[in-house]
Ligand binder design. Structure first.
Ligand code: NAI
Ligand SMILES: C[C@H](CCCC(C)(C)O)[C@H]1CC[C@H]2[C@@H]3[C@H](O)CC4=CC(=O)CC[C@]4(C)[C@H]3CC[C@]12C
Length: 380
């Protein structure tokens, strides 16, 4: 196929962690596309070089919370994958900003689909639209139909839940030209893989403590995690099949899952960090839960005191502690049944790719320099 004769996909947030994997995935595996519009607030120029004689990668700088920017990006396109979002559970940005980007931004995408006659929208939601809730109810091997006490208070999950609702309600509305809009929503659990910002932070933190990770969470609390390549693959398949079977996929939600093992958040991270000589200290939490909770509260207090001077947003706060301390694992085959999804990467390969990337953080020396580490490990 020559450039220009295929479909035009728009990927909002296409320069982010998931978005950039998705762009590469589309380039490699979706033969029906001639243009990928990468819409983002902060452009990653390296994506431009991915253009080839079949597909043009067009970088579009814009703000999802500005309707005009979104409309311009969507003009003449066939399908939108909307991953752009402010992912913040640490209080780095005000709640109003999270709502503006995640909710108003999604309203703008829907409005632009309507006005520009774009028929298909795949929305990147999150497991957080379901839970874990702050009551500590465990979601164990749940699926899309599992009943659960959903309770949102924090700006991020609240915004994702509102946005997902809007996306699903828009399924079936009339768009410019008289056709219908079809939408579906994908809910990843905690994504990991090459480029995962939080993993970089855990790596850096581990270097500061001599490659020792002090166990803070119970190893019995399991967390669903999913490899970024599989999340991207799932988006590609959903986008493809939404066009072929709109009445099956339209208005549906799908958890993103793969064969990654169910483990506690810390033990899962150790699957990669141990390959760099990191050790986890303790088979049980070294600090009692109530003390950790007090520390989390202290962090909130400090954040409040320092507000206006510096951005103090540590990883530990009462919400992240509640999430990390509540089991949330998914077991479902809905995506397989509805659109033939099977993970593209087996756990062994996802693990190997992630380890290679974590090791590359050390080869580049960036993290080592950041913490002034010489060479010896305290725990070896
Ligand atoms: N990281 C994770 O573990 C999970 C992420 N998700 C969802 O996956 C999606 C992608 O997340 P990540 O790749 O981790 O986040 P990310 O922060 O790496 O990517 C988000 C992208 O959106 C862009 N963006 C932010 N504000 C924007 C605006 N006003 N206008 C245009 N672009 C804007 C950012 O520049 C960034 O490139 C999000 O919708 C997130 O809610 C869902 C479950 C888990
Ligand atoms: C930061 C948490 C781990 C803290 C460990 C401690 C207490 C030792 O410092 C992370 C535990 C679970 C994570 C969240 C989860 O994976 C679900 C998510 C989905 C999203 O859509 C966005 C990210 C996140 C909220 C993710 C954030 C980090 C954790 C709370």
């Amino acid at each position: 196929m020559t450039a220009g004769s295929g479909q035009v996909y728009v990927v909002t947030g296409g320069c982010g962690f998931l978005g950039s994997h998705l762009v590469r995935m589309l380039l490699e595996h979706e033969k029906n596309i001639s243009e990928i519009r990468v819409f983002d607030l902060h452009l990653d120029e390296s994506l431009r070089t991915l253009s080839n004689d079949r597909v043009r990668v067009r970088l579009i700088s814009g703000d999802i919370s500005r309707l005009a920017d979104v409309q311009e990006a969507l003009h003449g396109s066939h399908l939108v994958i909307h991953t752009a979002s402010l992912v913040d559970v640490w209080g780095r940005v005000p709640a109003s900003k999270i709502t503006e980007v995640n909710v108003t931004g999604t309203e703008n995408v829907l409005q632009a689909c309507k006005e520009e006659g774009v028929q298909y929208l795949v929305y990147t939601s999150s497991m957080e639209v379901v839970g874990p809730n702050i009551h500590g109810d465990h979601f164990y091997r749940g699926n899309e139909d599992t009943e659960y006490r959903i309770y949102h208070k924090e700006p991020y999950p609240l915004s994702k839940a509102k946005a997902e609702k809007l996306v699903l309600e828009a399924n079936g509305i009339k768009i410019k030209g008289g056709k219908m809009l079809y939408t579906c929503s994908l809910r990843p659990t905690g994504i990991y893989g090459e480029g995962h910002e939080l993993m970089k932070q855990f790596h850096r933190q581990g270097l500061r403590t001599g490659r020792c990770v002090f166990r803070a969470l119970s190893p019995a609390i399991e967390h669903g995690r999913v490899y970024v390549g599989n999340v991207a693959w799932m988006h590609l398949l959903a986008a493809r099949q939404l066009q072929i079977h709109p009445s099956t996929l339209g208005g549906q939600v799908y958890f993103c899952y793969d064969s990654s093992p169910y483990k506690s958040y810390e033990d899962f991270n150790m699957e990669f960090l141990s390959a760099c000589g990191f050790k986890i200290i303790g088979s049980r939490p070294l600090v009692p839960y109530f003390l950790l909770y007090l520390l989390a509260l202290l962090n909130v207090l400090l954040q409040w005191v320092l507000h206006g001077f510096i951005t103090y947003a540590p990883i530990l706060n009462p919400y992240t502690l509640a999430v990390a301390s509540t089991t949330f694992t998914v077991q479902t085959d809905k995506a397989e049944k509805h659109f033939g999804y099977q993970p593209l990467y087996a756990w062994e390969e996802a693990k190997m790719r992630t380890i290679t990337w974590v090791k590359s953080l050390e080869v580049s020396g960036k993290d080592l320099k950041d913490v002034g580490e010489k060479s010896n490990y305290c725990c070896s």
